[in-house]
Design a binder for this molecule. Sequence first.
Ligand SMILES: Nc1nc2c(ncn2[C@@H]2O[C@H](COP(=O)(O)OP(=O)(O)OP(=O)(O)O)[C@@H](O)[C@H]2O)c(=O)[nH]1
Ligand SMILES: [Mg+2]
Length: 246
Amino acid sequence: MNQNKLPMFKFTVVGYVNVGKTSFIQQYSESKFQDQKDLTIGLQLITKIVVVDKTKVKLQIWDTVSSSLIIQAGQEKYGDLLKLNYREAAAVFVLYDVTQKISFEKLHEKIKELEEHAPENIIKILVGNKSDEPDEKRQVSQQEAKKFSTDYGFDHYFETSAKSGENVEQVFVEAVRSVIVRMYMNQSFKSSIITIDNNIGDSRFGSGTPINNPPQIQERIRLKSIPQQQYAIPQQQQEKNYKGCC
Ligand SMILES: Nc1nc2c(ncn2[C@@H]2O[C@H](COP(=O)(O)OP(=O)(O)OP(=O)(O)O)[C@@H](O)[C@H]2O)c(=O)[nH]1
Ligand SMILES: [Mg+2]
């Protein structure tokens, strides 16, 4: 690969309301936890450059709309959001809250969503968040989650705490590793990954080229930008939420 190019992996984080999606991303990107009182409105994303097993990649991590907004946005717009959220995603983190059974039961809806909207070869990671909570609050056992992950063909299953940071870094490392392996074993998956210029590490939306194009015939393509006014929260709010991100 051209040394001036970085592969860019899009990761998306989904799950029932309040499971800790935003906190999980924030713990990974900023190593901090704060009590999130606001619902996530629309799609937000952050970028981060990481090195895993000596491979440097740029991650674009998408945080998703709260399910309560489905009602406000209407089914049609929500369908658009879903498509946008999964389009060209290399991996998906499907979160539930180990202290909220309903968030685990609702995973069936996420499975359906993945079947309908996610790329066929997407890496799927099941994440039981809030593992720091005391045992008496636990409503989902590791055994049932493990069985669910096997039954539905997840590539990995972890329990994490966005609060203490337990396992958060490891989940992302495993995701990057799995994407790299799949990329080199599967042509169609490989061609869905784009590369970006090494020197535009700070941009939120990079421009890119399919990873398997030889450099001399690379034609630069732009990622389609998100229709901000329709789906995303105001830029000011994004910057407030993710100040200091890569
Ligand atoms: N104890 C504990 N609390 C957590 C953890 N992760 C998130 N929380 C809390 O759970 C609540 C919801 O966290 P968010 O990160 O906003 O959850 P979300 O899934 O992004 O929520 P929506 O965007 O509204 O769907 C907040 O009060 C967080 O402080 C965790 O690992 N442990
Ligand atoms: Mg959120």
